[in-house]
Write a protein of this length. Structure first.
Length: 152
């Protein structure tokens, strides 16, 4: 059964579900930052996905990157799959702007996360849910327990 890594669970807020991935908001208020996690059991590397799921992940990632870049006027989109600390396969999508706290270096390891206050977190969640609304699927329609499909 699919379970979200405890560190991802602690550092993010759930936004919704695409056909393959859970869509999560990283709770660092300095950057618009979304993480996609393929909702399949036991994945740690991109190549563990079937060819069909790799293509789906690429499509979902491209949609997130494009929507976020346009919406937030990004100078650059940092899209990365890192597994050094959290082994579960997940893909970061970070809006970068010249002059942001880590520019031009990577956000990872730059400085401690700055959490959202409650109102700002709710506002950012709503903003992103509206941005991705047309891509979200009805989670009740996702088969559960079938290893060939997304499951929980």
């Amino acid at each position: 059964m699919f379970c979200l890594d405890p560190r991802l669970q602690a550092d993010t807020e759930y936004l919704g579900h695409f056909p393959l991935c859970q869509v999560l908001l990283m709770k660092d208020s300095r950057y618009p930052w979304v993480i996609l996690v393929p909702a399949k059991k036991g994945l740690t590397e991109y190549y563990h996905l079937s060819a069909k799921d790799r293509a789906q992940l690429m499509e979902e990632s491209a949609r997130v990157a494009e929507k976020m870049a346009d919406h937030f006027s990004a100078d650059s989109m940092n899209v990365a799959e890192l597994g050094n600390i959290v082994a579960q396969l997940h893909v970061h999508h970070v809006v970068r702007r010249k002059g942001d706290p880590a520019w031009p270096g990577p956000v990872w390891g730059h400085s401690p996360m700055v959490p959202y206050d409650a109102a700002a977190l709710d506002a950012r969640k709503k903003e992103l849910q509206e941005l991705f609304e047309s891509y979200f699927v009805d989670e009740t329609a996702i088969p559960k327990g079938d290893s060939s499909n997304v499951y929980w």
